[in-house]
Design a protein. Structure first.
Length: 294
């Protein structure tokens, strides 16, 4: 259910990850609120975008050099267009339910700024519609479940507890050397879980995808000074026209935090020193910077 955990996820969260986080813990120096001290303190006065800081898509990190040193423009391909559209459908369907705007998928589709998603087609429309309907239905079920359990709760209280999500919450990552305009896909403020959605035609899980939620957890910690221990990467792919959703739920442990800091520092150095890291032996053919490297 995208950001609603299923029974399996809840078992993992309650019986494995939360006890692990409480037992092992995280050293205060690796919490985002220690942003003014090493090792989290940024080495340079830069504002790195989160997507470049965390991406390991380019094996040498040349995408950072091309984007931030050379000012190269990426080529928007089908994969990027699909990701943009589905991210929009997810956030707008949740907001439509939470804000009680109740817009239909058809109304939303007519208002999609198609010029910003150049390769949009009917197949994408079908994918977006299936996700939209699924989310609205999931929200309705959660809301009704809460309403039946708490008959005296106010409307506002019901909505805030049944769907406890900040969707694309605007954050500044400047304390950590990041952009001032960050929007994590979702933050569950009751369970303190940070979510990041990956839209893929074929499921492809990678360990480095965990860096995104790790980065956002550090940013939330730097601003609100509360610990965020759990991250979740939500993979959305399709079997025919039906969405398939798989969640990778994990403890944002010290190893992940150190890895994220290392990535940020290395990429900042690439920018400051204007150092071209070169091309790897093999590049993914759908890389958005392909034309700049081949
Ligand atoms: S084409 Fe290759 S070297 Fe260039 S940014 Fe993409 S992955 Fe990196």
């Amino acid at each position: 259910m995208v950001y609603f955990l299923n029974d399996f996820d809840k078992k993992i969260l309650l019986n494995k990850l939360l006890p692990l986080a409480r037992d092992i813990g995280v050293s205060p120096e690796l919490r985002g609120w220690s942003w003014s001290q090493e090792p989290i303190k940024p080495l340079y006065d830069l504002k790195m975008p989160m997507y470049l800081t965390c991406s390991k898509y380019c094996p040498t990190g040349r995408d950072v050099y091309l984007s931030m040193v050379k000012g190269a423009k990426p080529r928007i391909n089908y994969k990027i267009s699909l990701g943009k559209l589905i991210h929009g459908a997810i956030s707008d369907s949740f907001l439509s339910f939470i804000d009680k705007r109740k817009i239909s998928f058809g109304e939303w589709w007519n208002n999609v700024r198609k010029e910003e998603i150049p390769l949009i087609d009917e197949r994408m429309r079908a994918f977006a519609e299936s996700i939209w309907n699924y989310i609205i239905e999931s929200c309705r079920v959660e809301y009704e479940n809460h309403r039946m359990q708490q008959p005296y709760a106010t409307e506002r209280d019901l909505m805030a507890t049944a769907i406890p999500f900040l969707i694309e919450h605007k954050l500044s990552g400047e304390l950590l050397g990041l952009s001032g305009l960050l929007s994590p896909d979702c933050y569950d403020y009751l369970r303190k879980i940070i979510f990041d959605v990956k839209v893929q035609e074929i499921l492809n899980e990678e360990m480095w995808h965990r860096l995104y939620t790790t980065g956002y957890a550090l940013v939330l910690e730097s601003i609100y000074e509360i610990p965020i221990d759990i991250g979740c990467t939500v993979y959305i792919s399709w079997r025919g026209s039906s969405p398939y959703i798989k969640r990778d739920l994990f403890f944002i442990n010290e190893d992940l935090r150190r890895w994220w800091i290392e990535e940020r520092d290395q990429k900042m150095e690439t920018v400051v020193q204007k150092r071209d890291p070169g091309t790897p032996n093999l590049c993914p053919e759908d890389c958005i910077y392909w034309d700049h490297c081949h």
